[in-house]
Structure formats: structure tokens, C-alpha cells
Write a protein of this length. Structure first.
Length: 423
């Protein structure tokens, strides 16, 4: 494979190298300058003075660090720009003042896709994620994610938006957590270790125990089993207080059945949903890649994104990418994520459990202009603590998008059901 010189990518790598060097991320800057020089950029000596030890006459380091681009007869002039994009906790574009993290990368403004290498940063300035996109805006090449402390979180390869090959995952103390092989639509754990280095899975056989979430101070674990690189036995998500949320049974790598222990989905689950291959994808990617924005963002912030309002007081016309000027309050990420949150956090009241009380509780609440919730009350009266638990769950949510009327956020009420069932 021969890497082709490309002035647009040379400029993209060069610009990101300058930005990352200014942020004192020297390792990333030198890597970008290396790539930029290969693609034809003239790198001035003052940018390279701190990059001692990098051999600019070989491609060995480059091949490990950036995607391979094939020459194509496409004119990309005046379409690829490098910018800093600011994101909130809901992974939507926001203003610099309200950001939780930010991305430095290149965008093909004709296709409205990310293009080439990018780096995501925590608000503190530490690197969160490094990766790259191909010419069609698909994730491609090496992706490296980091904890906010700066230690590695994961490392592996994408091909055309798909996780492929062997990925490494790490505990926050820097020790390896597991190595996982991804094949087609499934995966298996090759080896796993706890934070003290004790082995769980060895060469595709053994018990895999992994913290997948922390809710209200309690850790939720995935407990799973492999034999000869195949899924076996009963898998489960279990809180450290012993409560089981979900179980799935496998035999010789084949899914047999699943049960939802509590929450909104009922008892029997017809297909595997417990830590499938898609569980390893960041929930942020689809939202980031659609360039979704909060209502505070305007054309002044990102002039190349179509459909943004000219100011904070008007929404785009119907001819823009925004189809409607009004919308109902929504949970960030969709109603499915809301009910997933409910399922993970629901604590079935002891009195209701003892009396085998179940039913659907209707909760009405107000979503304020800033996305917070207030005025929570129930429209049903089943009793034995179910209403109180439903209201508690709603009070814990903090990722609502307010209703929009004529381009402005407004206060509006919402009613949702929460289903309590005892298996």
C-alpha cells in the first residue's frame, strides 16, 4: 500500500499539530507533524525542535498512528476545514463556556462528515480520545481512549465504523483489564484480570467480571463466562448489593434465553441485549457525527453547519435541515436511554415486593427551560411505595432537552409510565 501525498490532509494534520502543541500535548503534536510532512506539508523547524527521536524518513510510526488514504479523483478544495468543536454532557454541540469536552479535527463541509485525524479533550485539557475518519466519514484506524486521570482506557482498531481485531482495555490504575477479540457481529474475551492482576479469563476460558456502571455510589457488574472462546452459562448484570438486573443464558456460544429482572421491559427478552458487540461503541459517536446542537448554538459558533439559527432567539426555517420550529421535551439520547436509566436505578420497594404489588405508575413532571425537572407527582395510586419510587427516579434525571416553541425553550409538562413487575 502506498500512501499518497494530499495537500488537504497535510493541512489538516499540520493545523491540528499546531493546536495540540499549543495545548502542550507534545506527543500528539509530533505525530501530527510527522503525518503532515509525509502528506506534503512544509514543517518549520520551530515546530519540530521538541520532536527529537522521530525519524521523518520512515513510515513505520506513521502506519501505526494514522489511517491509510487512497488517492481518489475527487476535488476536496475548499471543503475540508480544521476547527475546535465544543460538546456538552449530552454529546451535542454547545458553546465553549458550557462544554464538557472538545474536539480538534477536520470536517468535510461538503459531505458534513469528519475527515482525517481528530483528538477529543476533557475540559481540563487532557486527552480523552484520539482517532481518525476515512474520506467517507467512517471511523478508521487506531482509536485510543483515556480516563480523565490521563491513564489509558482502551486501544484498538476501527474499519468502516466497525470495531475489529484485538482491543485492549485498562483499569484506571493503568493495569490491563481485558483483551477482546472482535469477529463479525460477536466477540470473545481472550484474557482478563482484576485491578490486582488476578486472572479471570485465560486464553478464552474462564469468568469475566467487569464494572460497567456506578449508580448512586453502587457498582454494577457484568458477570460472564467463556469456554474455548465461546459464551457459556448464565450471564448477568448485578449490583454490588446483590440485586440482579438482567440475566442471559448461553450454551456453546449460542444465545438460549434472557430475563429482565425488573423495570420496564417485562420478563422475557427474545434476543441477547446484555453487553453485545454494540455495547463497546461509544454512545456519543452517532450524535457527534450528526453534528447535533443545543439551542444555544448559532451560526456564529459553527458557520459551516447548515440549519443553525442566526441567533439564540430563532430556529432555522423549514427549508433548512431543522424540519420543525417546535418540539416536545425529550430525554438526551432518546426515550430508550431514559428507560435504561430507570431500569438500572429502580429499587423495588420492600413493602411492594413483600406484598407482590406491581403495576404501571404514571408520573407527571415539568421540564424547565434549562432541562431540569420540577413539580413531580403521580397520576396513579397503586400504593406500597411504588409512586414514591417512581418520583425518586424522575428526580434523579438531569439530561432533558426542553420543549421548543417558535425557536425558544419553554416550560412544559410531560407524563411517562414506569412499569413495576415482580418476576
Amino acid at each position: 500500500i502506498t500512501l499518497q501525498k494530499n495537500p488537504n490532509f497535510a493541512e489538516a494534520y499540520h493545523n491540528r499539530g499546531v493546536a495540540t502543541k499549543n495545548l502542550k500535548d507534545l506527543s500528539s503534536a509530533c505525530s501530527d507533524f510527522h503525518a503532515a510532512k509525509h502528506f506534503g506539508s512544509q514543517i518549520s523547524d520551530n515546530y519540530l525542535e521538541d520532536c527529537d527521536g522521530i525519524d521523518f524518513d520512515t513510515l513505520e510510526y506513521l502506519n501505526l498512528s494514522v489511517p491509510v488514504y487512497f488517492s481518489q479523483n475527487i476535488d476536496y478544495s475548499d471543503t475540508i476545514i480544521t476547527d475546535t468543536l465544543y460538546y456538552g454532557q449530552d454529546w451535542k454541540l454547545t458553546t465553549r463556556e458550557k462544554c464538557a469536552f472538545y474536539r480538534i479535527g477536520s470536517i468535510n463541509t461538503r459531505m458534513m462528515v469528519f475527515n482525517g485525524p481528530f483528538t477529543d479533550y476533557y475540559k481540563s485539557g487532557l486527552v480523552m480520545l484520539k482517532g481518525s475518519y476515512d474520506l467517507n466519514g467512517k471511523k478508521s484506524g487506531l482509536f485510543e481512549r483515556y480516563y480523565e486521570s490521563g491513564t489509558p482506557f482502551s486501544k484498538g482498531t476501527f474499519e468502516e465504523n466497525e470495531i475489529v481485531g484485538i482491543w485492549e482495555y485498562y483499569h484506571e490504575n493503568g493495569e490491563l483489564s481485558e483483551t477482546i477479540q472482535f469477529d463479525d457481529d460477536d466477540y470473545y474475551v481472550i484474557n482478563s484480570w482484576d485491578e490486582n492482576g488476578k486472572a479471570g479469563v485465560a486464553d478464552g476460558t474462564g469468568k469475566w467480571k467487569k464494572v460497567i456502571a456506578t449508580e448512586n455510589g453502587l457498582k454494577n457488574y457484568l458477570i460472564a463466562y467463556f469456554k474455548d472462546k465461546k459464551k457459556v452459562k448464565k450471564w448477568m448484570i448485578r449490583s454490588e448489593n446483590g440485586y440482579v438486573f438482567h440475566t442471559e443464558v448461553y450454551k456453546d456460544g449460542q444465545f438460549i434465553k434472557a430475563e429482565q429482572a425488573t423495570g420496564f421491559m417485562g420478563v422475557t427478552v427474545p434476543s441477547p441485549s446484555l453487553f453485545t458487540k454494540k455495547s463497546f461503541y461509544s454512545e456519543a459517536f452517532p450524535i457527534l457525527e450528526r453534528f447535533e446542537a443545543t439551542f444555544e448554538v448559532t451560526k456564529n459558533d459553527y458557520p459551516y453547519i447548515k440549519g443553525l439559527p442566526e441567533d439564540n432567539f430563532s430556529l432555522p426555517s423549514k427549508k433548512s435541515t431543522a424540519e420543525n420550529s417546535s418540539s416536545e421535551p425529550t430525554y438526551a439520547g432518546g426515550i430508550e436511554l431514559f428507560y435504561m436509566f430507570v431500569s438500572r436505578n429502580l429499587q423495588y420497594p420492600l413493602k411492594a415486593r413483600n406484598k407482590k404489588t406491581s403495576g404501571k405508575v404514571l408520573v407527571k413532571f415539568t421540564v424547565e427551560k434549562d432541562g431540569s425537572v420540577s413539580n413531580i407527582h403521580c397520576l396513579s395510586n397503586i400504593g406500597n411505595g411504588l409512586e414514591e419510587e417512581a418520583m425518586r427516579l424522575i428526580s434523579l434525571t438531569n439530561q432533558w432537552q426542553p420543549a421548543i416553541v417558535d425557536g425558544k425553550p419553554v416550560v412544559k409538562s410531560l407524563t411517562l409510565p414506569i412499569d413495576f413487575r415482580i418476576n
